[in-house]
Design a protein around this ligand. Structure first.
Ligand code: GAP
Length: 513
């Protein structure tokens, strides 16, 4: 991360704590690594993101329904899903710094640096030549060809080591690439070991192995095991989807970067069940739909890109990420996976129960194929927060920090501010707030000078401030201030509800998709 991005990220983290968005978990005991609590404003923003997703999935699609499955599941679920045997990360420790890393990420870091070198060569050449042909350049320039060859070689070795579970080969790659620990600067590494990411606990009073259960590492399995329950009771016809929002837990080896990688987080997942052979059509469909859902927020279309997976998970025949331009660069925000019939087939095998769909059109039973969309709620939160955070210099030379959060997602939609704490202005302001509070979330404040109160609302992203002054008492008009333009206009108090409801409506966002 470049210095300015690093600073920006630090400022976003500090701001989110100062203004009640995110607190370190159990902070009075010095916090718990990679676990966070959402404060009064964070909880509202998070709920609004959930509503935006839930409505899009379950109301905009008449063939998708939502469920809420338990976090605890029968332990065999995780045998069947492959998580007991294969949900591992290769970890390596540096003996001098005593820090633990994911070996594959250290190796991918080398690849990223080589890719950056290629980009620099391309940028230099593009400036030099008119009618620059990128494809031609990267295939003929000796230096670029050499970098690319190195990348391919590392990728092949990494892929082979991962596929064959060969941790010695992984260690050899770290040694050959002369990777040094960023903290100690030494190459004094332990062997690479596989580390299962699932948290386990015991159910009931007898703590033996038979009672060992796991905290779910993904919400998807709660959908798979309920596939027939929902299909039958909901009389669902293929293609159809089941959506769910819920907590997931992973004992991440490297849990850094604030709420980007947490040990307890939330997922918004949807499994779409389709006829075998039609999965690629639906995979493309959901790739496009999900990108549009993100873009409708107006955080900037250039902040999103697709990243196709070359190394596919054991259950997938196609997969891609929608990446977002976070302060630390483009990273995975959402995964879209064509999961084949792997999960249902495996649950059928392990449970001994049939998990097949009777297709009345084909007059036959089959196990459907599945296309999954899976977005991290906390990562969505970070994408909104980090791209909304702006430090602005104003025309009068003053500065402000503003969260330009999309109005539909903002924690509060309007702040109701009596200009003074006397002359009946607070009572009038309360009356106006009472007329609005059933439709839009309001915030009332009467302390401090009005300018100071505006700044505080800017800092928590409130899109509108309504000021009640002496004229309000005479003609029932108020001033309404727009957070982004800082322009104020005088409007009738009776028009506020319709104006604010339209400007802050999640439904209006959904209509754009
Ligand atoms: N059911 C598929 C699945 O879980 P994944 O790519 O491992 O796939 C899906 O996770 C999404 O969950 C990711 O795109 C990311 O947004 C979020 N996610 C995964 N691990 C996370 C973590 N440790 N902290 C926060 N979000 C995470």
């Amino acid at each position: 991360m470049a210095n300015s991005e690093d600073n920006l990220f630090k400022n976003v983290i500090a701001h989110s704590k100062e203004y009640g968005f995110i607190f370190p978990s159990s902070e009075i005991y010095d916090g718990l690594s990679a676990v966070y609590d959402y404060g009064q404003n964070g909880a509202e923003l998070k709920n609004n993101i959930k509503e935006y997703w839930w409505k899009f999935m379950t109301m905009m699609h008449d063939n998708i329904v939502g469920i809420d499955a338990a976090i605890f599941m029968h332990p065999t679920t995780w045998k069947a899903s492959g998580h007991v045997d294969a949900f591992n990360d290769p970890m390596i420790d540096n003996k001098d710094s005593k820090k633990r890393y994911r070996a594959d990420q250290l190796i991918e870091g080398v690849i990223e640096k080589l890719e950056e070198k290629i980009e620099k060569e391309v940028e230099k050449a593009a400036k030099r030549f008119e009618n620059f042909d990128r494809a031609m350049f990267v295939s003929t320039n000796a230096r670029v060809v050499e970098y690319q060859k190195k990348i391919d070689d590392i990728n092949n070795r990494l892929k082979e080591a991962m596929a064959t579970n060969n941790m010695e080969a992984m260690k050899q790659l770290v040694v050959d690439l002369e990777i040094a620990d960023p903290i100690s600067g030494t190459k004094n590494w332990t062997d690479v070991r596989q580390f299962n990411l699932m948290f386990s606990t015991e159910m009931g009073s007898v703590a033996d192995d038979a009672n060992k259960i796991y905290l779910r590492p993904e919400t998807a399995q709660g959908i798979f095991v309920n596939f027939l329950n929902v299909q039958k009771t909901g009389r669902m016809k293929i293609p159809f989807g089941i959506a769910q929002i819920g907590k997931a837990f992973r004992n991440e080896i490297v849990a850094r970067q604030f709420i980007f990688r947490m040990r307890e987080f939330e997922q918004m997942e949807m499994q779409f069940f389709v006829k075998p052979g039609e999965e690629m059509k639906w995979y493309e469909y959901w790739k496009e739909k999900r990108l549009k859902w993100h873009q409708a927020l107006g955080l900037g279309n250039g902040n999103y890109r697709y990243h196709d997976h070359l190394n596919l998970a054991h259950y997938a025949n196609a997969a891609c990420d929608i990446q977002f331009n976070f302060p630390m660069g483009f990273r995975e925000l959402e995964g879209i996976h064509s999961r084949t019939d792997f999960d249902l087939k495996s649950h059928e095998k392990f449970s001994g129960k049939k998990l097949q769909y009777f297709d009345p059109e084909e007059n036959q039973n089959y196990i459907p194929y599945v296309v999954e969309t899976s977005v991290g709620l906390d990562r969505m939160f970070l994408s909104v927060l980090s791209s909304s955070y702006k430090e602005e210099k104003l025309e009068d030379g003053s500065e402000r920090v503003v969260l330009r959060i999309p109005a539909a997602l903002a924690p509060n939609k309007v702040a109701i501010l009596p200009l003074m704490k006397k002359d009946g202005l607070p009572e009038k302001a309360m009356e106006i707030m009472n007329s609005l509070k059933f439709d839009v979330r309001c915030f009332y404040e009467e302390k401090d000078a009005i300018g100071k109160r505006y700044r505080r609302q800017d800092a928590i992203g409130t899109p509108y401030c309504v000021t009640v002054d002496h004229q309000t008492l005479e003609d029932n008009t108020v001033t309404i201030r727009d957070r982004d333009t800082m322009k104020q206009e005088r409007v009738k108090a009776s028009e506020l509800n319709a104006k604010l409801s339209a400007a802050c409506s999640i439904n209006n966002l959904l209509k754009q998709i």
